[in-house]
Design a protein around this ligand. Structure first.
Ligand SMILES: Nc1ncnc2c1ncn2[C@@H]1O[C@H](COP(=O)(O)OP(=O)(O)OP(=O)(O)O)[C@@H](O)[C@H]1O
Length: 344
């Protein structure tokens, strides 16, 4: 199933290549009237130059909050409780808001699901594109326009001059998303976070945008965090995958590990649910709902839905334990008896 079996963290780690982005023990909560919603719990991952890391999981599992925490875009009643977000070794969680503003867009760009919300409807695409460039780069207005036109054609928009002069509402959804990707990549970011970048688009438009993302990722070396609930997209685009459930990463590994050697029962159920023979779609093979994030059970959060759950699963939450140096799984049933006894 996996089409992209390529070099992953295993080789990179053994070569001592430092990740561009390293997230360690990140936890983010929302303090609400119904209690503390632990949206992201002890999430750790690394991102290396030029790779695509897909973050997958069903709605509400914490994918977007993880991405927004990386960029420190969490508004009250939310707050980042703990952890580190290291960009080239610098912890973004210690920077001032001014320093963070420079990082956003320039070092780490983000593309959202609905590009319309990212545009100001009263300005043309060209005005917004050049202003974004002038805010982040020391270039003249003329150079900014040339760069914008170049990037618009780089994302395969025909007639870049016409697009440049258009207002956002004059473009189709697919064209607007291409423009957003062009703006994001024009900043030459080290990391692009794409949060469900094609979910709002027609299926026919989706594949063009994804192909474009992959091509640009290869050409520019910009690392991508791709947030999606679509495992088909993951198989096409990603190098590595992090599967999230109830705020935690429950399995992570190369595309090959996840698609051909999935260990966690949740990952296996996700994979089963994209069987094209079954038309009901997402998660039909997993009974009941994810747990209430404001009142998580003490053990493994998936235990209540897991066909393999035992007493240990109900009482104790397993750590993310390495199966291999790159493939990590948080499930008691993939772990040896010794590890269980040691409480790994
Ligand atoms: N502003 C907020 N106030 C309270 N709870 C929030 C807020 N934003 C997110 N949450 C909660 O945090 C949890 C994780 O949300 P998140 O948006 O990260 O999920 P997701 O995996 O990205 O889902 P989707 O695929 O639907 O976007 C959810 O339980 C959500 O209800």
């Amino acid at each position: 199933m996996a089409k992209n079996v390529k070099e992953g963290g295993l080789i990179k780690e053994s070569q001592n290549i430092t990740p561009i982005l390293e997230v360690n023990g990140l936890s983010t909560s929302f303090l609400t009237a119904i209690g503390e919603i632990k949206a992201v719990r002890d999430v750790s991952f690394s991102l290396y130059k030029g790779e695509v890391l897909a973050v997958v999981g069903e709605s509400g599992c914490g994918k977007s909050v993880t991405a927004r925490s990386v960029l420190r875009l969490i508004e009250p009643p939310g707050y980042i409780k703990s952890g580190q977000v290291l960009l080239n070794g610098v912890n973004l969680l210690n920077l001032s808001e001014n320093e963070m503003r420079r990082i956003r867009g320039a070092e780490i760009s983000m593309v959202f699901q609905d590009p319309m919300t990212s545009f100001d409807p009263v300005y043309t695409v060209g005005q917004q594109f050049t202003e974004a460039l002038l805010a982040h780069k020391r270039i003249s207005r003329y150079e900014a326009k040339q760069k914008a036109l170049h990037m618009l054609s780089a994302v395969s928009l025909r007639e870049p001059e016409r697009v440049f002069k258009s207002y956002p509402f004059q473009l189709s959804g697919g064209m607007r998303q291409r423009v957003m990707i062009a703006i994001a990549l024009a900043m030459d970011p080290q990391v692009l976070i794409a949060d469900e970048p094609t979910t709002a688009l027609d299926v026919t438009v989706q594949s063009g945008i994804l192909t474009e993302l992959r091509r640009l990722n290869k050409e520019t070396g910009c690392a991508i965090i791709l947030i999606t609930h679509d495992l088909g997209v993951v198989a096409e685009l990603a190098d590595r995958v992090a599967v999230m459930y109830a705020g935690r990463i429950v399995e992570t590994g190369s595309v090959y590990d996840i698609f051909d050697h999935a260990q966690h029962p949740y990952t296996r159920a996700l994979l089963a649910s994209i069987n094209p023979a079954k038309e009901d779609g997402w998660l039909i093979t997993i009974p009941s709902q994810p747990p209430d994030m404001a009142g998580l059970p003490p053990g493994c959060s998936f235990a209540g839905r897991c066909p393999e759950a035992s007493g240990l699963c109900v009482h104790s939450e397993p750590k993310l334990y390495p199966e291999t140096s790159e493939h990590r799984v948080s499930c008691w049933h993939t772990q040896s008896e010794e590890r269980k006894i040691a409480g790994a």
